[in-house]
Design a protein around this ligand. Structure first.
Ligand code: FAD
Length: 507
């Protein structure tokens, strides 16, 4: 919500609407099904519909590109991921199996090739053995079921309770607390949480890990290209932000419950209608904009459930050179212990950085994550300041002069109006207390006042055990498209596309 009315942001299409309902209705382009959002979930839904011979469809994407939170940045021979990076898991992950089929899998670098360092923020080397404490606690937390005693508290509480014993003597010293800070920020980066105490431990416990991470040979964009191959070009309409969804309009008789959903895009300049709609937009945008988007408003119970979920802000900063300059030829991995808090005010966001590592495919490119409040501050700074701050940190922790980089990128997923966050939509502690325990509830379709199921939901946030992942987004996209197809079959919608006049009240 904080971005609404932000003068540095362009106004949202719903804020400057022109036209009216009758005009939009009369000029609407008619389709059988419309998908809103061309991220992985929306694209998979489109592919599934087409494979099931539902071809009179359209996908409306707000941005000038498809892929959503999958975004590969290319510069010459270099490519880095501004969004999704790893295929989380091996054979048990269908995305891994797809990548294997496409001969596109690259394993992560083995443990023994890294130049691993643990340093204080002043550049003093520190005992790397304590890193095992961090790894062991995070591994323990990954064991499904272990968090049960914490179900009514924040995920971070598990770590706070375990840390003193796991670290041992000195856990409350300056150095011990710097390790705890490193643990907290590492967990936030892994989970995508703004604050580890915000995420419900029950939700964290439901995530199912599927093994080692892998990479895409030619970037994560490969999966977008793969999905796009099954979708005819004229099905995808870019730069078409949907700003209103009339989901319970009438067919002329008044009182709602009509057979079609009317969609308005581009500040009211275009309109579409469809028998059914799949909403596959990021939960960050949905939370921020549902009041403007839906006419009539969403049911109160759904709004309550949406308010129970948060999309954390986690950003990536990547900086690269022709040659390594850090004193070894090996890929670098530095853990940073903030034992001194002596940064000038404008650089304080750097406290959020606790690890900087080489990117698997390009070891001369270093990647770091920043999450939560620090990420929001970083996003608000000019790109050059972020670069300068990071270079200063690199110089201090290595004790070396940092050459001018040839590549610098930083993501701004929080400021992006179409995402408003990064990964791991998480159920908050409050959300858990108010009754949202399983995310698939958020995938329950909307039925209009004559009982027709008209709005279906997709997106990573609906997956109970693989939320915050690309494979989760794909699975939900396919599941929800199949659900829609079932509904169409039950209600005889199959004849729908053959007639432009539709009988009211079809279920
Ligand atoms: C920094 C980062 C790192 C990540 N790392 C990994 C990783 O390593 N491995 C992994 O598996 N996953 C990772 N993820 C998560 C993964 O990228 C997402 O879970 C997945 O891409 C979400 O897909 P989606 O289709 O659900 O949503 P999105 O990708 O958000 O797609 C939604 C689409 O809807 C569009 N849209 C929004 N509003 C409107 C509107 N009003 N009208 C029309 N269109 C609209 C958006 O522009 C977007 O294209 C990462 C994400 C980020 C940001």
């Amino acid at each position: 919500m904080e971005h609404r009315g932000d003068p540095s942001q362009p106004p949202h299409p719903a804020d400057i609407l022109t036209g009216n309902y009758e005009e939009w209705k009369n000029s609407a382009v008619e389709k059988e099904v419309i998908i809103i959002g061309g991220g992985i979930s929306g694209l998979t839904a489109a592919k599934t519909l087409i494979e099931n011979n539902i071809t009179n469809i359209l996908l409306l994407e707000a941005d000038i590109r498809i892929g959503g939170r999958v975004r590969t940045y290319r510069q010459g021979n270099l490519s880095v991921e501004e969004g999704a990076e790893w295929i989380h898991g091996g054979e048990r992950n269908p995305l891994y199996r797809l990548a294997k089929q496409l001969q596109a899998v690259v394993p992560s670098l083995p443990d023994d090739v890294w130049d691993e360092r643990v340093v204080t923020n002043n550049g003093r080397r520190s005992d790397p053995l304590k890193y095992e404490v961090v790894e062991e606690l995070m591994e323990e937390a990954d064991t499904n079921g272990i968090l049960e005693p914490y179900y009514h508290t924040g995920y971070g509480q598990f770590y706070l309770d375990r840390f003193p014993e796991a670290y041992g003597k000195g856990w409350d010293s300056t150095l011990g607390q710097a390790w705890l800070h490193l643990l907290e920020k590492t967990v936030n980066a892994e989970e995508g949480t703004n604050n580890w105490l915000d995420m419900s431990a029950r939700d964290a416990d439901q995530y199912v890990a599927k093994g080692q991470d892998h990479h895409w040979r030619n970037g994560f964009g490969t999966v977008v290209e793969y999905l796009q191959e099954s979708i005819p070009d004229d099905v995808i309409r870019l730069s078409s932000p949907v700003c209103q969804i009339f989901w319970d309009q009438d067919d002329g008789g008044g009182g709602g419950g009509g057979s079609k959903v009317l969609l308005v895009t581009n500040n009211g300049r275009a309109s579409y209608s469809a028998g059914r709609v799949v909403v596959a937009i990021s939960v960050g945008h949905l939370k921020e904009r549902h009041q403007d988007l839906f006419r009539p408003p969403l049911p109160v119970s759904l709004v309550k459930d949406l308010n129970s979920i948060e999309l954390g802000v986690a950003d990536k900063i990547q900086i690269g050179w022709e040659e390594p300059w850090w004193g070894s030829k090996d890929p670098l991995s530095v853990a940073i212990l903030w034992t001194d808090r002596n940064l000038p005010k404008d650089m304080e966001w750097l406290y959020g950085i606790v690890e900087i590592s080489s990117v698997t495919q390009h070891p001369n490119v270093l990647l770091t994550f920043v999450t939560g409040e620090e990420a929001k501050v970083m996003e608000s700074l000019p790109k050059d300041s972020v670069k300068r701050h990071l270079m200063r940190l690199l110089a201090t922790i290595t004790g070396l002069q940092v050459p001018e980089p040839i590549l610098f990128t930083r993501s701004q997923w929080g400021r992006n109006p179409w995402t408003r966050g990064s990964y791991s939509s998480y159920i908050t502690v409050e959300g858990d207390r108010s009754g949202l325990h399983k995310r698939q509830k958020l995938g329950m379709p909307l039925t209009n006042s004559s009982g027709k199921t008209v709005v279906f939901w997709a997106g990573e946030h609906i997956h109970n055990t693989r939320y915050g992942t690309v494979d989760g987004a794909m699975e939900v996209g396919e599941q929800q498209a199949r659900r829609l197809i079932r509904k169409m079959k039950e209600s005889g919608d199959q004849t729908y596309s053959k007639s432009t006049r539709v009988v009211n009240g079809i279920k």
